[in-house]
Design a binder for this molecule. Sequence first.
Ligand code: OOG
Ligand code: MG
Length: 241
Amino acid sequence: MKTVDQLAAHLDAAATSRAAVPQLGAGLDVPTAYRVQEAVVAHRVARGERLIGVKLGLTSRAKMAQMGVDEVIWGRLTDAMRVPDGGTIRLGDHIHPKAEPEVAFLVRGGAVAAVAPAIEVIDSRYVDFRFTLPEVVADNTSASGFVLGAWQPVPDGIDNLGVLLEVDGRVVQVGSTAAILGDPRRALPDAVRLVGADGGELADDSILLAGAATAAVPLRDGAHVRVTVEGLGTASLRVAS
Ligand code: OOG
Ligand code: MG
């Protein structure tokens, strides 16, 4: 079995060279996987990226079923992952990116200060997006990019808002914010607990991606992707080669 640092260097090289790597194999447990994740993200920080928030993953039953697990996971977000609303991502900067509709929170003083519709771009560093739970944890939960729509005050009752994912004006996924932990507001206590168990905390103005509301869709050259969350507005991105 390789060391934590060797596994982290291996996954970081996959990301920077945009070449998928085989699964790591048996023998990795979840606590060790989080240490690998921390070391993977440390490579990014060493290149000048800044930690600006966290994401939850596998918060929807669809994803848990896809993965055959029943555990929420978390990953780290850096400033370099943020794509401006309406901005462009390049396929050449990725391995096999997918987009999924999410809800984002702005965390301040340990509470939710604002909410925004969001797109998460996930890009597993493993061949064919195939991984076990510890493997995806080590891979920073496939985190690659995210787009935030406009921040706004949190309306009452965000537990059953309609969610649309459109590609080139065609609806390709329909869902509800109910798919995110039953109520996306549960993301904050969950994130505080998970990050806290790791000895961390959510600093003021942290971004929290609450998790996907539908399955993710593969991104193709030229695609225009738009997420609409009922009552919260939209977030969009373009894909170029
Ligand atoms: C893991 C990332 C999961 C979510 O919102 O459930 C995630 C993956 O599906 O590659 O970000
Ligand atoms: Mg996600």
